[in-house]
Design a protein around this ligand. Structure first.
Ligand code: ATP
Ligand code: MG
Length: 435
């Protein structure tokens, strides 16, 4: 038979395998601790949604909806109808749909978080993938600036829990739709005056989404964008007060930020507060977390209107930043490695290992790679490589006496002692890691 060509993963979609997967789990556990500290609860929504949720929710002329979504038509049902479906490019729209669909706000606001894969058909590069992962926090049903501030404090608490220091916070206010309309008109007028300096992207956006021109990554247009009318100068009294209240909480907590009047975010649904956490350590893909208030999204996707605010962080980028900053992440190792010279002992040995695990000891059992269990020498080599602090030696002598030998592998002593197979609970605690 000729060898079949190897099948590989899809470009821009990564396998997350040991030992790297341990770093993911470590991060997720830190997230769960911090979320619990702020009383945010976990929510899980499907990875696929009706395409309409995103076209309506994120805006027809956003990059994501225009060119980055994985969309397809489902098979026809028996009436000949077929759904238009998309892999989710972000998590907020699905969560908001779920909240509205299940009337979750009937008894007041909810604080939720999610983690999971998202899909965008972008050009894969450092910090930018086609399947990537977000962790998001959303507070729904709360209108006040204190919740905007709480969400920023939540993100800061997470950076601290992870040991990240190389980040800074950028803040802006997008005001309310009415204020944005005024600003939009001023923007269009400004860019029309300088039409000769607009690149193709900007010309396309001029009448659909001029705010996004401010977000241009084209160096040739930076100066033009810098000089554009600032939304922050068009804010009314209420919007300004909201913004000032958020800032007062950050100031009181000693959290430094810069106001970036050009911070607009990639999605259409934001109003009032928007923010990003950025780092200089990751090159061009320096935004590790972004969010803001989206008081009109729930209504826009057909739910009963309710205010909301949230953020999402990019897990791959945060993990890369941890690496760049040299944050040590503990590698999981078993407490003990079971060395088993003779396969005939396996039933009794495995009973003992079960009892040990029930006592909370992490045990890796030696398993043969070919015929039989392999030599003692090769088993001890494996025991060393496993990182375990103890070897459990189930030799014929030991078993005949109803015992096994514990051998210290890591403290340099090589100390050995015999313990009873019948009394696992009597010595199991000795094997457990104390840190
Ligand atoms: P960018 O400007 O980098 O494209 P964005 O504004 O599209 O980011 P959001 O939609 O706000 O990003 O998503 C929140 C976070 O998710 C980003 O700050 C980033 O950390 C991460 N992220 C977004 N797109 C990707 C991707 N394709 N690959 C990896 N991480 C991503
Ligand atoms: Mg993007």
């Amino acid at each position: 038979m000729s060898k079949s060509p190897q099948i590989t993963a899809i470009k821009g979609m990564n396998d997350i395998l040991p030992p790297v997967s341990a770093r993911w789990e470590w991060l997720e556990q830190a997230v769960r601790r911090v979320m619990a500290g702020f009383a945010y609860r976990n929510a899980r929504t499907p990875i696929m949604e009706h395409t309409q949720l995103f076209t309506r929710g994120l805006g027809e002329v956003t990059d994501i909806v225009e060119k980055e979504m994985y969309s397809f038509q489902d098979r026809q049902d028996k009436h000949g109808d077929a759904d238009h479906l998309s892999l989710r490019p972000e998590g907020t729209a699905g969560l908001v749909r779920a909240v509205a669909e299940h009337n979750l706000l009937y008894d007041g606001g909810k604080r939720l978080f999610y983690m999971g894969p998202m899909f965008r058909r972008e050009r894969p590069q450092r910090g930018r993938y086609r399947q990537f992962h977000q962790i998001g926090a959303e507070a729904l049903g709360f209108a006040g600036p204190e919740v905007d501030a709480e969400l920023i404090l939540l993100a800061v608490a997470l950076w601290r829990e992870l040991g990240l220091t190389n980040w800074r916070l950028e803040l802006n206010s997008l005001g309310q739709p009415e204020e944005r309309r005024e600003h939009r008109a001023a923007l269009i007028a400004y860019f029309e005056q300088h039409a000769d300096q607009l690149d193709e992207d900007a010309r396309r956006r001029l009448h659909t989404n001029p705010l996004r021109i401010l977000d241009t990554k084209n160096p040739a247009m930076q100066a033009l964008a810098e000089g554009a009318p600032r939304l922050i100068d068009h804010l009314g009294e209420a919007s300004r007060k909201h913004f000032d209240a958020v800032r007062a909480v950050l100031d009181a907590n000693g959290i430094a930020y810069t106001i970036n009047p050009r911070l607009v975010r990639g999605l259409d649904y934001y109003n009032l507060t928007v923010f990003e956490f950025v780092t200089e350590a990751l090159g061009a893909q320096g935004t590790i977390c972004g969010g803001g208030r989206y008081d009109y999204l729930i209504e826009q996707i057909g739910g009963k209107g309710a205010p909301a605010v949230g953020w999402a962080l990019g897990v791959e980028r945060v993990l890369e930043l941890l690496q760049e900053e040299g944050v040590q992440v503990p590698e999981p190792v078993p407490d003990a490695y079971a060395v088993i010279p003779d396969a005939t002992a396996l039933p009794a040995v495995m009973r003992c290992l079960q009892a040990l695990r029930a006592e909370g000891v992490a045990v890796q059992m030696h398993a043969g790679a070919g015929e039989g269990m392999g030599s003692m020498k090769s088993q001890f080599k494996r025991a060393d490589a496993s990182g375990a602090r103890f070897a459990l030696i189930f030799g014929a002598d030991e078993l005949a006496a109803g015992e096994l030998t514990l051998k210290a592998l890591r403290d340099g002593s090589g100390a050995q002692s015999r313990v009873s197979l019948a009394d696992v609970a009597g010595w199991a605690a000795r094997l457990k890691s104390t840190d």
